[in-house]
Design a protein around this ligand. Structure first.
Ligand code: OAD
Length: 230
């Protein structure tokens, strides 16, 4: 089976009702990154950071995957699919995708502030001051904040280098190191980009830009390029 590697971003979950970050009215229009998504913010105002992610979790709990998430899950019948997602929601998994790498962490997990190996599934949407790990330290959101290392990056680079086909869907490619993954695709391998707006990348010969929303864009991609004979 050919290896299809997917880099997804907030845009794939937009039609499920989750706000993107940088579109008009996106999350970063209403919050400052440095107030809610950095280690310094956590030290300065833990309550604000907890509240920001509690709201994200509450919202994510009430949404469902859309046709684009389901289409990627279904493609496992035809390709060896790995999804590298920048999203912290779990919609790829809920839709049935079996190999999902979360580059920026997971909303429905918490982690010890002292021992990063202690990661817990969350049973409610709310994480509070005073919620402790088994060693007695405060729990924090299991999110990769700006300025923190991206622990899954090395794995993501290895998988990208092996891709026969690479798909970029619903990401502005504005955030590194994730955005740099396209540079690890082997020369000549096809790269497809599905997005209503062109991400921050200059289009090269091996790139096909499908300027559509995720749901209809996946449909076009599959019918025209991935499985034209089906
Ligand atoms: P952005 O908000 O930067 O980009 C969203 C992309 O989705 C844009 O290219 C939009 O054009 C596109 N888009 C909007 N609606 C869409 C739709 N219906 N279908 C398909 N695409 C659509 O989000 P990301 O690129 O995911 O990190 O942002 C990357 C990282 O920056 C996030 O993981 C997050 C953020 O700050 C952290 O919080 C660490």
């Amino acid at each position: 089976m050919k290896k299809l590697v997917v880099l997804s971003g907030a845009g794939i979950s937009a039609e499920s009702g989750i706000s993107t970050f940088r579109d008009n009215g996106g999350l970063w229009d209403n919050y400052r990154i440095e107030d809610v998504a950095t280690p310094e913010a956590w030290l300065r105002n833990q309550e604000l950071v907890l509240d920001f992610y509690n709201q994200r979790r509450k919202q994510a709990e009430s949404v469902k995957p859309n046709a684009a998430h389901y289409a990627l899950a279904e493609l496992e019948n035809h390709f060896d699919v790995t999804i590298i997602t920048q999203n912290v929601d779990n919609l790829h998994e809920v839709a049935g995708s079996s190999k999902v790498i979360h580059l920026h962490g997971e909303l429905f997990k918490s982690r010890s502030t002292k021992n990063p190996d202690l990661v817990y599934e969350m049973k409610t949407w709310e994480l509070k001051t005073g919620d402790l790990c088994e060693e007695g330290s405060q729990l924090r959101p299991h999110i990769v904040w700006f300025g923190e290392e991206v622990p899954m990056m090395a794995v993501a680079m290895d998988i990208t280098e092996e891709a026969d086909i690479f798909l970029v869907i619903g990401t502005s490619l504005a955030v590194y190191p994730a955005a740099g993954l396209v540079n690890y695709v082997a020369p000549g391998r096809p790269i497809f980009i599905v997005d209503p707006a062109q991400p921050e990348i200059s289009l090269k010969k091996n790139m096909t830009f499908i300027q559509e929303k995720a749901t209809t864009g996946m449909d076009s991609l599959i019918k025209k390029y991935l499985l034209p004979d089906n």
